[in-house]
Design a protein around this ligand. Sequence first.
Ligand code: C2O
Ligand code: CU
Ligand code: CU
Length: 488
Amino acid sequence: MHPLTLTWRGAVAAAIGAATVGLRAGPTTPAAPAKPAPVAATASDTLREPPTLHSVSRVPGVVEVELTAAPARLRLLPGGPLVNVYAYNGSIPGPTLDVHEGDSVVIHFHNRLPDTTTVHCHGLHFPAAEDGSPLMPIAPGQSYDYAFRVPRGWAGTYWYHPHVDRKTTFQVAMGLFGAIIIRAPHDPLAARHIPEKLLVLSDNRFDSAGAIAFPDPTSVQAEIDLENGREGNVLFVNGQVMPTIPIRRGQVQLWRIVNASASRVYRLSLTNQPLVHVGSDGGLFEHPLEEHDLLLANSGRVEVLVRGTGAAGSEAVLQDLPYDRYMPQTRPDDWDSTRTLLSLRATGTPMVRPVAIPTELRAIPPIDTTHVAAHRVIVMSQGLIDGKRMDMHRVDIRARLGTTEIWEIQNVVGMDHPFHLHGFHFQVLDRDGVSEPYRSWQDLINVPKHSSVRIVVHFDDFPGEWMYHCHILDHEDEGMMGILELTN
Ligand code: C2O
Ligand code: CU
Ligand code: CU
């Protein structure tokens, strides 16, 4: 089937069926198609990357961009109808901010939404006033210039999204998310001319007419969403359903993967080869690691190398394998099904000289723990951090600039909670007492049900108030968030 030959209803059903609808029957659950149609309808579309934000500055090292959030009508499902969305500069995902370490960045942001919003550059290290946290709302019709210097050593894959009090899930579901790439002056992968692809993973839930669906707030489904986080019934890569990435035999590609889903946790695996894991939230590791599958929790990023191994015409599939992050009472019935994200298709003549993967990527010095100013325990329970809901007028943790702290993040309930800290990268020391086998820079760590993780963080700069929270966006909206105040 070709997408153009499908009616949009057929296409909606095909796309929804392909993603295997997993929601429990609730009063407002969209009716699942009786027989899911195959998604082959769209499998021939080559992966497109989001547009790049164009800098209006001619000054070297200065990046000045315009970003507008506004309602729009876009076609989200292949062959589907135009539906109401929110979009950054008219596209979903929003345009990519592609910058270098040391750049001075100004984002001239305009809020043309009917809602208050913010732009939070997730994972960046800059003055608190630029953080786009719920403490700095931008009212409808208002503009704000987010201005900051891209820190050195911060090269990696990031993203931006709204972070407004209680409406983050809604605004992200409506289409507000985009990637950020920070490049280093010396990059061992770029030095080998390894081509790269950006993959922004998102999911969304559609009703049978193809519109973005939210449950009636009084429904059972709304309660289930609060518990699990709202998961979609269609999975997208850069806004496409099951696109194709062509690769030459012997070629190596770098995939920068962002989990922009509000609550879906991905367990990524390629059907014909291990993933060569080279980086996470804060950029490259010291050495590549081969892994069968990779857990990518909400807001997290992974950088992986993928090889063209098959004969011309052969295909491998990037899958989302089952992962049980749920409470048994609200676990979706189809939690254990495997979903497909994209197809990797071997093409053309082989590379003359296959690219060698470097074994040394960069040095990550361990954070010095000889002087730890505070050891803290942070307890995540269902909807609460340390037994409290977020209060914008309450500081939960006070810490000093220039100090190092160790936080033990305990998850005392039966579902996973991915923990995120704004403004700073941390290193994971251990999980349930087991030392982390390698070092990385993280701004997110998934804390599985009934487990604990110890992280170490150094507060080198930037006084002010910083959020820490569960990155299941429904949980964050419900107040599973706290405020860290850094003072001199
Ligand atoms: Cu993705 Cu509080 O952030
Ligand atoms: Cu963040
Ligand atoms: Cu949570």
